[in-house]
Design a protein around this ligand. Structure first.
Ligand SMILES: Cc1cc2nc3c(=O)[nH]c(=O)nc-3n(C[C@H](O)[C@H](O)[C@H](O)COP(=O)(O)OP(=O)(O)OC[C@H]3O[C@@H](n4cnc5c(N)ncnc54)[C@H](O)[C@@H]3O)c2cc1C
Length: 461
């Protein structure tokens, strides 16, 4: 521990953020970075408290060695910090950007003036500094085992499983149905939260290290071939069954599922064209109150919506009481709501409000939504309605193609990573239901262990 009194001497400092109105002018990431000297001070705040809940099951599904790399940051040992970080996390550049930082909720220093260590920002600084300083060497396995593994689905779970298995010397092919690799990291989480060049940079590195990626292939359609030609198959197809809402006139034109909308928006951003489902000049209503709904709000504002409202079924909750060391979801405005407040002057969230009926013009296009707020009806103008009501589990097609069944909650697999077919494994949202990027990476790593043990009879992963 470099600076025993660091947490008393220094205040928490976060990365600078672009003004909420200014940042809605494009889809670029909107966080800056502290200088390396300022970052060292943030590392010095870590108390190495002796009870590092930050790396426990509550604080980090990956069990990141947080106090160790904070200390290395304080001492400016950036290569050692990187070494400790990569021991547990394959992709800190993703979690450093999008993780809700369960570690900071679990931080002991957070109990002191509500001022936890800036763990997530420190993590991001370590990995980005490493890329800039050329500290990231391709890790190409010296020996190949001759075993072939197919990974179906290229989200964070599939990527983590592939990365681990490749390092072990197995030959890994990742099959992705979409036209780009990354799962929800690519099409789902918007560019301003995670720039797509960051995903591509990692994929290129994995290719250099020996992983093969094939896009535009539905693994379910070639299940028999995969079972015949590969020694093991890992299914990481996500939990992509979107929950719908029961509302009169649901079939109106201008109503879209959030993921369909966000995917098309990212495709358009990457192609430098207008989105086919655009909010430009429209009144937009988003149903839902999670991260996906926030991403829809922020995307609609960037596309040029004239108003954005969010329908939230539950009553407004005050600040949730701390439940240390557990993470508590905050009801404070997230980045999308902050932008709506700055742009339109009011929080977009309408609490205790549900959509009852959609009104359309003669062509069937949406013109307004009749909503019910605690028994009171009103009609809100809307030309675009986005449904962000959560996910009900995995699609059945991939599981069925491999002769497997999902459980009643749409998940594959029970407690372990192996399915009823001994050479088929599963991980990520497909196994445990919709969760987080950090959980998906942890799942992919654990699954790789199970696959390696099956192939080799033991594992050193
Ligand atoms: C809009 C949105 C925003 C989110 N924001 C955050 C956030 O800020 N922070 C956070 O931690 N988590 C966030 N999440 C959750 C997080 O993205 C997921 O938990 C995580 O991506 C799950 O990883 P996965 O690999 O299991 O599945 P996914 O990322 O869903 O990847 C599954 C992949 O499998 C492919 N696939 C499916 N079927 C087949 C098939 N038959 N053949 C071939 N390929 C197939 C899909 O095309 C997809 O690429 C968000 C989720 C959404 C929807």
């Amino acid at each position: 521990m470099g600076k025993p009194t660091g947490f008393l001497d220094y205040k928490r400092a976060e990365r600078p953020v672009t003004d909420p109105v200014q940042r809605t002018e494009d889809f670029a990431e909107f966080h800056g970075e502290l200088s390396l000297a300022e970052r060292q001070i943030q590392g010095a705040r870590c108390m190495n408290c002796g009870v590092p809940f930050c790396q426990s099951e509550y604080g980090c599904p990956l069990h990141n060695l947080v106090p160790e790399w904070n200390d290395e940051v304080f001492n400016s040992n950036w290569n050692h910090a990187l070494d400790r970080l990569l021991k547990t996390n394959n992709f800190p550049e993703f979690t450093g950007r999008v993780c809700p930082a369960l570690c900071e909720s679990a931080c002991v220093c957070g109990l002191y003036r509500d001022s936890p260590i800036s763990v997530r920002d420190n993590e991001l600084a370590i990995i980005e500094h490493a890329y800039e300083a050329g500290l990231i060497e391709p890790r190409i396995p010296e020996v190949r085992t001759g075993r072939q593994v197919a990974v179906v689905g290229s989200g964070p779970a599939g990527l983590a499983a592939a990365d681990q298995l490749n390092r072990r010397g197995h030959s890994v092919t990742v099959l992705e149905r979409d036209d780009r690799v990354g799962g929800l990291l690519m099409y789902g989480i918007p560019n301003m939260k995670l720039d797509k060049s960051v995903v591509d940079r990692r994929i290129r590195r994995m290719e250099t290290e020996g992983v093969t990626f094939v896009t535009g292939v539905d693994g379910a359609a070639i299940a028999e071939r995969l079972l015949r030609e590969y020694d093991a198959v890992v299914l990481c197809c996500g939990a992509r069954n979107a929950r719908d809402v029961a509302v009169e006139n649901r079939e109106a034109a201008g109503v879209h599922q959030a993921l369909e909308y966000l995917t098309e928006s990212t495709r358009a951003v990457l192609a430098g064209r207008e989105s086919d489902i655009s909010a430009r000049g429209k009144n937009v209503i988003v149903i839902g109150n999670g991260d996906t709904a926030t991403d829809c709000v922020a995307t609609a504002i960037r596309q040029g919506a004239v108003s954005v409202r969010q329908l939230v079924r539950k009553p407004a909750a005050g600040p949730a009481p701390r439940n240390w060391p557990h993470h508590v979801r905050s009801s404070a405005p997230d980045y999308g709501q902050e932008e709506a407040i700055a742009k339109f002057g009011a929080d977009p969230r309408l609490y205790e409000t549900v959509a009852k009926k959609l009104l359309t013009d003669k062509t069937g296009a949406l013109t307004a939504v009749v909503v019910d707020t605690a028994g009171q009806e009103q009609t809100l103008p809307a030309e675009l309605l986005l449904i962000a009501a959560g996910f009900t589990g995995a699609e059945t097609s991939a599981a069925e193609a491999f002769g497997l069944a999902l459980d009643s909650r749409g998940r594959l697999g029970d407690s372990g990573y192996r399915t009823a077919n001994q050479k088929v494994f599963t991980a990520g949202d497909m196994r445990r239901g919709a969760s987080l990027v950090v959980t998906a990476i942890a799942e992919g790593r654990a699954c790789a262990k199970a696959v390696d043990e099956y192939l080799e009879g033991y594992t050193n992963l």
